[in-house]
Write a protein that binds this ligand. Structure first.
Ligand SMILES: [Ca+2]
Ligand SMILES: [Ca+2]
Ligand SMILES: [Ca+2]
Length: 320
């Protein structure tokens, strides 16, 4: 256990010096996406709920601020159904169980997924003040979060949920040391077990997620929802040059199993979302990855070990 954690953090710190948008620059995901509960799932959100975890190094004790870009549902950025009638909530949780409760690590908003202590909550409808602009939550003290040995850090959870209406809320986060400027927090990271997001509208843009494969992972099952046949989803890793996943069409889940190579343990995978030409516009998609035990893998916004690069020598040996 300890060896694994040392290995983990040996790689973790050097790659985290840059900016901390969530999703991060390397992921190239323009927006997270959460619809109101009256939306049809065929618009691309399966459950109108998204959970994210913000991770702060254990020795970091200064206040932190979570900025949300375009928290409202209306005006610019968002996806209109018929009229702007949607409300969404942003609820932050800390304390014991906010991460360690098994329901918090699921991909569906069921059971005790709102585990932990409520630290802050606010809901937004259409609101010109925060349209195409930022709202700042906090300050939070990282020690208000839950300390997690696996990450050697404190975790604060946010749940974004559709409360009313049928429009789509697009938004993203930034972790900052300041309420007035966006200044990165040294050593911080963020992760989720499921991403519900908006793809770019142009075919040249490739989006990524980076699930971390721990040393217990023998195989992974990659699930995607409502991909609308928008090109390819492929898996790249230190041992794979690019292996295609099955892709979903409209309003359906589809799953692909990949057996992990020994060299892929304790590395991040690079799941690439490659649009077809001509590109499909306004495509929203949901993705999660489970291991052979059914445990969901974390997608870190700053990939552990950095973005994996295919190593020719490993790939040739394994004839992949
Ligand atoms: Ca907006
Ligand atoms: Ca929005
Ligand atoms: Ca879609």
């Amino acid at each position: 256990m300890k060896i694994r954690i040392i290995y983990f953090f040996f790689f973790l710190f050097p790659v985290l010096a840059n900016a901390q948008p969530v999703p991060n620059i390397e992921e190239n995901i323009p927006y997270l996406m959460t619809f109101g509960p009256l939306a049809e799932t065929s618009w691309g959100d399966d459950d109108f709920s998204q959970t994210f975890f913000f991770l702060f190094p254990k020795d970091y004790e200064k206040p932190v601020f979570i900025w949300v870009f375009d928290p409202d549902v209306g005006g610019k950025v968002d996806e209109l159904a018929t009229a702007w009638d949607t409300r969404v909530s942003y609820s932050f949780y800390g304390g014991a169980g906010c991460w360690s409760d098994e329901d918090a690590q699921g991909t569906d908003p069921v059971g005790n997924y709102r585990s932990g202590n409520l630290l802050a909550t606010k809901s937004f409808g259409q609101n010109a003040r925060y349209d195409n602009n930022w709202y700042v939550f906090g300050p939070f003290n990282p020690t208000e979060g839950e300390y997690v040995e696996r990450y050697e850090g404190n975790v604060i959870k946010v749940i974004i949920e559709g409360l009313e209406g049928d429009d789509g809320n697009m938004y993203r986060f930034f972790m900052s040391t300041s309420p007035s400027e966006r200044i990165s927090i040294e050593g911080a990271n963020a992760f989720a077990y499921e991403y519900s997001f908006r793809m770019h509208n142009v075919a040249e843009q490739v989006s990524h997620i980076y699930p971390f494969v721990d040393d217990q992972t023998i195989s992974v099952r990659l699930s995607n929802f409502d991909w609308d046949s928008d090109g390819y989803i492929r898996l790249v890793s230190v041992a794979r040059k690019g292996q295609l996943s099955r892709v979903s069409t409209e309003d359906e889940w589809i799953e692909t199993e990949f057996r992990m190579y020994e060299e892929e343990k304790n590395t991040s995978l690079d799941i690439q979302f490659i649009k077809r030409k001509p590109a499909i516009r306004n495509n929203n998609v949901v993705i999660y990855v489970k291991n052979q035990y059914g445990r969901n893998l974390e997608f870190f916004t700053s990939p552990i070990g950095g973005v994996p690069k295919y190593k020719y020598s490993i790939g040739v040996k394994q004839k992949n």
